[in-house]
Design a protein around this ligand. Sequence first.
Ligand SMILES: [Zn+2]
Ligand SMILES: [Zn+2]
Length: 110
Amino acid sequence: MKAWEICNDDLRLHDVGTAHSREGETVVRVSHVGICGSDLPKLLRPNSFPLPAPWRPGHEIVGIDPTGRAVAVDPLVPCGNCPRCTTGDTHLCAGLRRLGWERAPGARRC
Ligand SMILES: [Zn+2]
Ligand SMILES: [Zn+2]
């Protein structure tokens, strides 16, 4: 699989291996990935954000799930176990991962 990654102001298409799902997750066959307005400040001022190196943007994701349905991916991934998550306030999860941000890589394409 290939993905665009940015490292040291260099944007390159890298081979990033095969995606594997963990418990509770599924692998989506990505058809399109958008560049969001929230990605632009990170692209223009990368030193102003806590980004991993390499950084893989791409949190606006659509594709096909294993059953053949077209899906849009929610890029917010709560832990599911903390007090905030267990009361339904997953948007307040201290362990929230955001695909394509600082804690989780963005989409890659098959
Ligand atoms: Zn966005
Ligand atoms: Zn949580």
